[in-house]
Each structure stands twice: as C-alpha cells, then as structure tokens.
Design a protein around this ligand. Structure first.
Ligand code: GLU
Length: 505
C-alpha cells in the first residue's frame, strides 16, 4: 500500500451503538493499526429528525471502553475536520452543484404527492416505478424542462431535490475486498437523491464527499450498505476521484441463525446487545450493556473479533494487541455470523482467569464497600486467588466467597439436613473443644491435626467434614475447608462451629 491507510467509523447518532456497530468500529481499528494507519471517527448527523441527544457521547465512551479510541475525530482535530457532518453543511451543496454542471446530476421538482401518484399508477399496471432513464423525461426536472422553466422555478424558490443521473445500458464492475468482484446493470438503478429540499445532503453525497476530503483509503462497513456501492462507485467516477477500497462486513444473525440480531433478541434471551448501558432520553427506558453486566472489554473485543473473522488457526484467545497484528480483511467471511451469547461468557470466563488478582481485588473491594465490609487488600487478593476459578464475573466473588468476610447468617436447609446426623452436634462440640487447644491454624498443619483427630475417633471423614463445612460456609460449597479456617482464623472458626451446633440439630 503506497499512501497512508486511513479508515473511518461513520455512525449516525440516532441512538445507542449496537454491538454490530462496535464490531464495525473494531475491524476498522484493527485494520488501521495493522497498517500503521489512522482510525477516524466521523459523526454522520445530516438527518436532524433522527438525531438523539447523548448518542455521540455514548459512541465515544463505547470505543474508549473497548480500548479502541479514535485517532482523529470530534475533539481530536488533525486537519481534516470538522468531523460532524452537520458542521460541514456548506461543502455539500457546492459538490452537488458540481455534479449538475458536469451533467451527472439534475434538479427535480416533483412533489411528494406527484411521485406517489406515479407509484400508484405503476402499481395498478403491475409495474414498479423507478425514477431513472425510463421515465425521467416525463417527470418534472431540469432534464425534461427548458432552461427558462428551470430558472423560473429556481427563482421562485420552488422546492427541489438534486438527483444523480444514473447511466443507461452500462455494466458496472464493483470490487469488494471480502466479496470479490461484482457486476451491476445500471438499468436497474434509480436516480438517487443527493441533496434534499431541506438544504441537507443525503447520506450518499455527504459520505462520498467526506471520504474523499478526509482521504479515506478503505471503507469498511456493514453489509447493509452493499446496495449503495454501485451509486458510490458512480459518484467517485462522476467527480473524477479515485474510489477507496471497499469491504462489507457480514450481517450479525440471531443466535438461532435466521434473521438479523435485534435488540429484542437480547431482551428475550437475556443478553445485552449494547456495549454500555443506555438510557433512552425520551422514554427513560434502560437497556443494559456488556459493561454493566460485568463483562471485561477484552472478552467483548475477542468475541466481536470472531464474529465474522477467524485467523485460520486453532487459536481463539486474542488480546487487542495480538488482533492488531493478526487481523486481515481477506479472512473476513461473506456469510452471516451467528451471535452466540454463551461464547461471550466463555471468553469472559477465560479473561477472568487471566486477570491479575490485584486488579480483581480492587474490583471486589468496591463490591465489599457497598456492603460496608472493610478488609485488608492483601487479604482480598488472597481470597480472590482461592475462589477465582469458580467465577465468571466480579459479581460472583461475593457468592463464592462471602464466608471469608462474614459468618453465614443462615444454613442451607438441604445441605444441613444432609450433613447433620444424630451425633453431629456432639461430635462438633468435641471438635470445638479440641480445636481450642490447637494453635497452628495454617491450612496444611490444620489438615494434619484434624485428620489425626478424626482418625483417633475411628469415624468417617465425611461425618466431620460435611457439618464443619456447613458451619463455616452455611452450605456444602466453597474451596478447601482448611483454607477457609486459616483465613477466618481460630476464634471465628470456633464461633461458627458453636453457632451451628446451637442452630442446627
Ligand atoms: N452513517 C452510516 C451508518 O450509520 C455510515 C455507513 C458507512 O460507513 O458508509 O452506518
């Protein structure tokens, strides 16, 4: 590649960024980093009706949370700004007019009602109305009307749009890095509106003009934009500009495999489809996000990377830096990518196990604070090391390890029934007396001591160990029991045994 790679993520701020949008951003980011290029954020907000307050901030925060910040964009001016299309309004008219001058576009004065009439007429005859070479001469535009008539209308400030003049009888050759070469017969294309009567450009015009002015070399975007590719090619040609390379990413499908993944699928099946929580400014409705559900960004990024791409090896765990080196557009699939919420959990579990205990201890400490529990950082980190393998989310730490911080407030009825036999209380009382005499509560030593005691009593281990676990934990769960005793200490161990014998029988 000769010129510097420049890619852009160009969302419209019409609501929270869907997880599919995050994937598009991620692939752009990876491609840019792999080739030492720039990752630009451009806000496509020309459709004022669909503008949603807070959406832009949400997009930026999502990228930051994923660890894929943009190099250039709103607030990071690098000479190609402004990066919000609403702040570039004036440029677009100038380019639309250039196309009129070169004969590639024209004014169209047909009203919405008139166009509706044409549509109905055609339907009645079993045909579809397409505004293009078929019938543009019969419609009200600067190709069918005389120059004077057009000028009159313009002077009278009659509402108009500017349409692209699609060529007739041509076969366009389109290229896509993922999909290969495609051919399109221009006769089926309509004369798309480039400039609207409200003085704003449409997506097509603004997008092409900006990609050109911002020197974008590769357009990586969702498959839903593939039908626009022919028009975009024709626009580049009409302007006399070199087109960038295009790559259209596969659709993200429902977990069942059929149809596009939607917000509702997430709600129904209980998984987020947004990176971060989103509160709708109008309805106040809250949609949960991966961050709020306790996922680590590494897990979400790894999952998204594989949603439409694979490295061609068996390796499945990739951190961002590694993805930046390995990612190739050529290895992105054409076919839809099935969304698999369980797989995301699997990635999360992996990154949980990989996480640094000190970091996890910090996170767990926040949970403990909420419960007004204070504990030494080192102690929390040691607990984390013991129970980590049983957890997927930071939230699980409490359930898996509350007994390291507080005595059980209740005893699981099923487990205590299983553990308690007729002579259990008597045995535990004896153990209590015995443990009073033991000074070394360090797990290994304690194990030896207790084992020796059980042996001397000539009884089965379960008879003591099961009720002892219920006494210390409140249920038949948790890591090594001697470790728990060591961690909570002698006094606490004795007090929990006592409490259990007083409560259970
Ligand atoms: N504004 C478009 C969107 O919301 C951008 C499409 C493109 O990348 O060309 O996805």
């Amino acid at each position: 590649m000769s010129s510097k790679v420049r890619v852009r993520f160009a969302p419209s701020p019409t609501g929270p960024l869907h997880i599919g949008g995050v994937r598009t951003a991620l692939y752009n980011y990876l491609f840019a980093k792999k080739h030492g290029g720039d990752f630009v954020l451009r806000i496509e907000d020309t459709d004022q009706n669909r503008f949603v307050e807070g959406a832009e901030d949400y997009i930026i925060e999502s990228l930051n949370w994923c660890g894929i910040p943009y190099d250039e964009g709103p607030g990071k001016e690098k000479g190609f700004g402004p990066y919000r299309q609403s702040e570039r309004k004036d440029k677009y008219r100038e380019y639309a007019e250039k196309l009129i001058e070169s004969g590639n576009a024209y004014y169209a004065f047909d009203t919405a009602d008139e166009l509706d009439e044409h549509r109905k007429d055609h339907e009645e005859k079993g045909k579809t109305f397409i505004y293009n070479w078929h019938n543009r001469q019969k419609l009200k535009n600067s190709l069918s009307l005389s120059q004077e008539e057009v000028q009159e209308k313009l002077d009278a400030e009659e509402a108009y749009v500017i349409r692209f003049k699609s060529p007739q009888d041509e076969t366009l050759q389109l290229k896509d890095v993922i999909r290969g070469d495609m051919e399109i017969d221009t006769n089926i294309l309509d004369d798309k509106v480039l400039f609207k009567s409200d003085g704003m450009p449409t997506y097509h015009l603004a997008n092409i003009v900006d990609d050109h002015l911002m020197e974008i070399t590769h357009v990586i975007r969702g498959e839903e934009w593939l039908p626009s590719l022919a028009l975009h090619y024709m626009l580049y040609r009409a302007f006399g500009w070199d087109a960038p390379e295009f790559a259209h990413l596969p659709l993200i499908l429902k977990p069942q495999g059929k149809g596009k993944l939607s917000k509702r699928d997430g709600e129904k099946m209980g998984f987020p489809v947004f990176p971060l929580e989103w509160k709708d400014p109008k309805s106040g409705d809250i949609s949960t996000g991966y961050r709020e559900e306790g996922y680590f960004p590494e897990a979400v990024v790894n999952m998204l990377a594989f949603l439409g791409w694979n490295p061609g090896t068996e390796q499945e765990f990739f951190k961002l830096e590694e993805l930046c080196q390995t990612f190739e557009l050529e290895r992105v699939h054409k076919g839809g990518a099935k969304f698999d919420p369980e797989k995301t959990k699997w990635f999360q579990q992996h990154y949980m196990q990989q996480s640094d205990n000190a970091y996890l201890a910090d996170e767990f400490e926040k949970e403990l604070h909420k419960k007004e529990i204070k504990a030494d950082k080192k102690y929390i980190a040691d607990v984390v090391a013991l129970i980590k393998e049983r957890t997927v989310f930071v939230e699980d730490f409490w359930e898996q390890g509350y007994f390291f911080f507080v005595a059980p407030t209740s005893f699981d009825p099923k487990d205590s029934k299983k553990a308690w036999k007729e002579d259990t209380n008597e045995l535990l009382n004896e153990l209590h007396e015995f443990l009073k005499t033991v000074n070394n509560f360090e797990a290994e030593s304690l194990q030896e001591t207790v084992k020796g005691w059980i042996k001397s009593k000539e009884i089965g281990f379960g008879k003591v160990m099961m009720p002892l676990r219920v006494a210390l934990v409140g249920a038949l769960q948790g890591p090594d029991l001697y470790k728990i005793a060591e961690f909570v200490g002698k006094d606490e161990t004795l007090s929990r045994i006592k409490k259990a014998t007083e409560t259970l029988s």
